[in-house]
Design a protein around this ligand. Sequence first.
Ligand SMILES: [Zn+2]
Length: 266
Amino acid sequence: MVLSLMLPLALAAAPARPPRGLPRPSPVPGGVALLEVGAGPAAPEVRYLGERVLVRRGPRGWVALVGIKLSAKPGTAHVEVDGRPLPFTIRAKRYPEQRITVPDPRKVTPTKEDEARIAREDALMKPVWKLWPEGATASLAFLQPTPGRLTASFGMRRIFNGELRSPHAGLDIAAPAGQAVKAPAAGEVVLTGDFFFSGNAVFIAHGEGVVSLLCHLSRIDVKQGDRVEAGQVVGRVGSTGRSTAPHLHWSLSLNDARVDPRIFLR
Ligand SMILES: [Zn+2]
């Protein structure tokens, strides 16, 4: 009985082409899987690794946009659709390696005091990535937050001063210090601060678990609780935190998974 109920869902296939207004599917670590999750009148509740997943109406029914963490293992994974498992496949993707020399060794091997600060900051940031503000509908078409060359750095395995560190969970935009940084989409400023690795940072919750981080800023021009429109200035390009030259780092997250922001660039 249970099995027969599960079968129609288990057979639901990923759409071959993206429905209009939705991004192209990229079911790889750091990408977004698009899953058909039913055609009922109300959107089903979809969860992945316990986190609520963004669901949008497509031409043939509901489509879940599942952010896949860079740390995800390729193979079969599952979302829960109204509590029932729906399998999908995460394909392998090999990101290039990047070797970076950081002059300040503490940014690579933090001291004990630094570790305490990093832990405090992690505790502040962790819940922010999961925010799902009531009533806010996330845009799925984002503006580039500042002009400049997009580096192909998302997902790179990074070796700082010869030591392997976490992969690059964002996009870097080469830009001069002081250049305006704009909100890539409307949302609420949910956290600002000066962080050990990120430097001056602005977190924007766009709605439905979609969150942006804009960081290494020289200046922050908004405060926590501010509503921002797409294109509104939130700060200035800088080189604060673990950074070797002025640039903007933009992380974009869905269901607490940092994905390649280029997936959603207009
Ligand atoms: Zn970066």
